[in-house]
Design a protein around this ligand. Structure first.
Ligand code: HEM
Length: 410
């Protein structure tokens, strides 16, 4: 004790020694923490690599490099287990049973909530459906479901079909144009889906197909997604949470702000135009009057932003993946063409309902979801304080976990 006080006294007398003393103290803390995480943490009995369970660094490195699914896949393979501990306080599940336990109602169990360390909130600090606690989620869903009902989808179909026709016409134009049919389909799919979702959410398309470029506001979305990933990574380190605002690159911060300013302006403009348009907003505004089924103004903003992000790139990514795999597998492409050609004799027969009756087409789209999933984050959740079972295994309270669809792992 006396020796330690003497070291401290000397360290404070010399600034250089003080720095060394502080570094030594931090290192000692990190080492002790790593030892605790590996050997004493409530998750220490779960399989997982020591380097990953000691600190959040390996997970974050995989995440910001865009390699998370590959890294996780390798871990599940190495440990030949459907449950792996992937960071100090986090488990990864790839068991089909886990999906049921996590997402379906279980009598006598508290619901799992989203892990806000990973998801974060929109810039206005108000939850959208994506992160809302169970009660708020139910209240919001009761209103928003009207925008996605079968009736609403039927009414929205002419808007959607208009953009699909526009895409096809413009792609035909590319064949005879200077590019001679060599186009970046990923961009074209994105232009179409952003136009559709802009129209359905804000009553105005982004005119991407028309201008054949991303609207500046759409570009902010890509920056926004990177920003969310970056913030999620920093949130894992207590110390970084406090200096986070200074760490995010200025350009990304600006993109997040621009995106939000444009969202609020667009929603306000759309709200002025009443409830006659067959889009997402009309049914929401029509049904937003009940206390148990309501959306406050700020919640509407957060959800409109969610619609744009969730409903555009997701569909474009699935279409891009499906096209890629069809081109890689000519036999499957032939079989699919046969199904489509024999089902329709003219373009106007192609509707949402008739397309839903093509089993091989539906199978191709579903298979793309399986082998090329759009959402790779695993929907991180937390276990309620009292702890709970997942796949009949007891998981302590406060633990974060994700459920991944990783292809052909075990
Ligand atoms: C290929 C297409 C799509 C895929 C793969 C997809 C995937 C997903 C996934 C995985 C989630 C859960 C996210 C989470 O909880 O972390 C989700 C939620 C959501 N998606 Fe999609 N999505 C697609 C299309 C769309 C479209 C077109 C919209 C229209 C706006 C949309 C709106 C939403 C909304 C509002 C939620 C939150 C639902 C809730 O929590 O109650 N998605 N989607």
């Amino acid at each position: 004790m006396a020796l330690s006080t003497e070291i401290q006294r000397k360290a404070f007398q010399h600034p250089g020694s003080f720095a060394l003393y502080s570094i030594a103290l931090c290192l000692a803390f990190l080492v002790l923490r790593a030892i605790y995480n590996i050997y004493l943490h409530p998750l220490s009995s779960f399989p997982g690599p020591k380097f990953a369970v000691a600190s959040n660094i390996p997970y974050v490195v995989a995440q910001v490099r865009g390699k998370l699914p590959h890294w996780l896949s390798a871990l599940h393979q190495t440990y030949a287990s459907t449950i792996v501990r992937i960071s100090p306080n986090e488990l990864s599940f790839i068991d089909g049973e886990a999906w049921k336990d996590i997402y379906s109602y279980r009598s006598g169990h508290k619901p799992f909530e989203k892990d806000l360390l990973i998801y974060g909130k929109p810039p206005n600090g108000v939850h959208s459906l994506l992160t809302a606690p169970k009660e708020d989620h139910t209240r919001m869903r009761r209103v928003i479901d009207h925008a996605f009902s079968a009736k609403a989808s039927r009414e929205q179909e002419p808007i959607v079909t208009g953009y699909v026709d526009n895409l096809i016409q413009r792609l035909h134009g590319q064949i005879s144009g200077p590019s001679q049919g060599q186009v970046d389909l990923v961009k074209w799919y994105n232009w179409m889906t952003f136009d559709i979702i802009g129209d359905l959410s804000f009553g105005q398309s982004f005119a991407c197909l028309e201008t054949q470029m991303y609207h500046p506001w759409v570009e902010t979305i890509f920056g926004n997604l990177k920003g969310i990933t970056f913030m999620g990574a920093c949130n894992r380190f207590t110390i970084l949470q406090h200096i986070l605002p200074f760490l995010i690159p200025k350009r990304i911060k600006q993109m997040i702000q621009d995106h939000w300013a444009a969202t609020t302006a667009n929603v306000d403009r759309r709200l002025k135009h009443g409830t006659d348009r067959p889009d997402f907003m009309s049914p929401i505004m029509k049904h937003n009057h009940d206390e148990k089924a309501s959306l406050r103004h700020e919640e509407l903003m957060s959800n409109a932003s969610l619609f744009i992000i969730a409903g555009s790139e997701s569909v474009a990514t699935n279409l891009s993946g499906t096209t890629y795999y069809l081109l890689q597998n000519p036999d499957i492409m032939r079989k699919l063409r046969k199904e489509v050609d024999s089902a329709f004799t003219s373009e106007d027969q192609i509707t949402a309902q008739s397309v839903a009756n093509l089993p091989y087409l539906q199978a191709c789209l579903s298979e793309t979801h399986r082998i090329y999933p759009v959402a790779l984050t695993g929907q991180a959740m937390t276990v309620p304080v009292a702890g709970d079972t997942i796949c009949n295994i007891w998981v302590p309270g406060g633990v974060s976990f994700s459920c991944y669809t990783l292809r052909d792992i075990l």
